[in-house]
Design a protein around this ligand. Structure first.
Ligand SMILES: NC(=O)c1ccc[n+]([C@@H]2O[C@H](COP(=O)([O-])OP(=O)(O)OC[C@H]3O[C@@H](n4cnc5c(N)ncnc54)[C@H](O)[C@@H]3O)[C@@H](O)[C@H]2O)c1
Length: 373
C-alpha cells in the first residue's frame, strides 16, 4: 500500500478539530503526517509537531515556512489539510495549490464567493484536488440515505428538514467570553455566525443526499443575546434546483440540544431520518408501513455504505471514522477511483455553501425576501 505524505496547517494542541483530522487521516494507513505548521504560535506549533513524530526540519513555525520548505524538497507532501480559522483559508489554500499540492480545506471554504470561485479556477488550472471537509458525509448511514434517494426507493423527494441546532452559546453571561465573542463579531466572523459555522453542515448534507443544489432561499436571523451583532439562530427556507424544498434550522441557543445535527428526507414512497448523535442507525419508513431501524454493518445496505464501514454491526463507529472515510476517499480518488471521487465533498460544495451564507445574510437583512444563489 502506498503511504501518501501529508501535511497539516492549524489543528494545534487544544484545537477543536485538529485531533479528528490526525486520527482520520492516518486511520487506514494511507496518509502519514510528515510536515506541519500547527499553531499560530510558531514555537508551540513546532514543538507539538515534533511530539507527533514529525521530523525537526519539517516541524515548521508558520505555513509560509512550510510552503518554502516543502517546495524545496524532492519528497514534498502530496496533500495538505487546512484547519485554521476561517478568515485564513483563502490565502493558505491558494498558496498550496499554486505550489502543486492537493488540499483538503475546512469549511467554510472562504469568506467571500469571489474567493471561493477563484480557488476553484486555480485548482482546475493546476489540476489539483480541492476538497472541503464536510466530514459528516463520511458517515456510512448518511451514505445509505443518499443511496436510497438516488435509487428511487423513497420516490420523488417532497421535502427535506435539516437541523444543526445546539445550545452551547445560550448563557448571556458568557457572551463576552473571548472564545465565544469573536463568533458574533462581523469583523472576524464575516456576514454570518451560526449559519456559516453550523447550518452549512446540515444544508450541504441535504444537497449531497438529494443530489440537488440550492437555487434560492429566504432567511430569518435572530440575535437573541443583545450584545451579538451576528445571528445566533437562523431559519432558512431553501428551494433546491430539483424542485425540493429544504427547511433549515440552525441555532446556538437551543438549550438542551447537544450536537444537534439531524436530517429528515420525505419522499412520495417513504422517508428517512438520521441524527449525528446516533450515527449508526438510519430510520426508514415506507409509505403505510411501520418504521424500520437500518443498522450500519447489517446486511442489505448499499455499496457506498459497505465500503465506508470498518467494524461489525453493533460496535459503534463515530465522527473520526466519518473523517477517516473522507480521507480514504481522497486516497482512492488520488489513485483514480471515480466512485470515491464522486463521494467526496468538493470545491463545488464549498462554493455552494459560501453562496448560501451570503444569500441568507442578504435575505435576512431584507426581512426574508427570496434571494437567488
Ligand atoms: N468539519 C467540522 O466538523 C468542523 C468542526 C469544527 C471546526 N471546523 C473548522 O475547522 C477550522 C478550525 O476550527 P477549530 O474549531 O479547530 O479552531 P480552534 O480555534 O480550536 O483551532 C485553530 C488552530 O489553528 C491554529 N492557527 C490559527 N492561525 C494559524 C495560522 N495562521 N497558521 C497555523 N496555525 C494557525 C491555532 O493555533 C489553533 O491550533 C475552522 O475553519 C472551523 O470552521 C470544522
Amino acid at each position: 500500500m502506498k503511504v501518501r505524505s501529508w501535511g497539516l496547517v492549524g489543528g494545534g494542541k487544544g484545537s477543536q478539530i485538529g485531533g479528528a483530522h490526525r486520527i482520520g487521516a492516518t486511520m487506514d494507513g494511507a496518509f502519514s503526517l510528515r510536515a506541519g505548521a500547527l499553531d499560530i504560535d510558531p514555537k508551540a506549533g513546532a514543538a507539538y509537531a515534533r511530539s507527533l513524530g514529525v521530523d525537526k526540519d519539517r516541524a515548521y513555525g508558520s505555513w509560509q515556512e512550510m510552503l518554502e520548505g516543502e517546495r524545496g524538497r524532492k519528497d514534498p507532501i502530496e496533500l495538505v489539510t487546512v484547519a485554521t480559522p476561517n478568515n485564513t483559508h483563502y490565502e493558505i489554500v491558494k498558496a498550496f495549490l499554486e505550489a502543486g499540492i492537493h488540499v483538503l480545506c475546512e469549511k467554510p471554504l472562504t469568506m467571500t464567493v469571489k474567493e471561493a470561485l477563484a480557488l476553484e479556477k486555480l485548482a482546475t488550472r493546476k489540476q489539483r484536488m480541492l476538497a472541503v471537509n464536510f466530514g459528516y458525509t463520511g458517515y456510512p448511514m448518511v451514505r445509505e440515505a443518499r443511496a436510497m434517494v438516488s435509487s428511487g426507493k423513497l420516490g420523488a423527494i417532497r421535502l427535506v428538514v435539516a437541523e444543526f441546532a445546539h445550545g452551547h452559546h445560550s448563557d448571556a453571561a458568557d457572551a463576552d467570553n473571548p472564545r465565544v465573542r469573536w463568533r458574533y463579531d462581523p469583523q472576524q466572523a464575516g456576514v454570518s455566525s451560526v449559519l456559516a459555522d453550523c447550518g452549512i453542515h446540515a444544508l450541504q448534507m441535504a444537497e449531497w443526499v438529494l443530489g440537488q443544489r440550492c437555487e434560492s432561499l429566504s432567511a430569518h436571523f435572530l440575535s437573541t443575546i443583545e450584545s451579538r451583532e451576528l445571528e445566533d439562530d437562523a431559519s432558512v427556507q431553501v428551494l433546491m434546483d430539483g424542485g425540493t424544498t429544504c427547511r433549515l434550522w440552525s441555532s446556538a441557543v437551543a438549550i438542551g440540544h447537544q450536537h444537534g445535527l439531524t436530517l429528515q428526507v420525505f419522499g412520495e414512497k417513504g422517508g428517512v431520518a438520521w441524527a449525528q448523535e446516533h450515527p449508526n442507525q438510519l430510520l426508514y419508513t415506507a409509505l403505510n408501513k411501520p418504521t424500520q431501524v437500518l443498522e450500519r454493518g447489517s446486511a442489505g445496505l448499499s455499496k457506498d455504505t459497505v465500503d465506508s464501514t470498518r467494524i461489525a454491526v453493533g460496535h459503534p463507529e463515530g465522527m473520526v471514522s466519518a473523517f477517516a472515510n473522507v480521507y480514504r476517499d481522497l486516497d482512492l480518488a488520488l489513485g483514480g477511483n471515480k466512485r470515491a471521487a464522486a463521494r467526496l465533498p468538493t470545491v463545488s460544495d464549498g462554493i455552494s455553501m459560501v453562496k448560501a451564507v451570503h444569500a441568507a445574510a442578504k435575505s435576512a437583512k431584507a426581512d426574508g425576501r427570496r434571494v437567488k444563489l
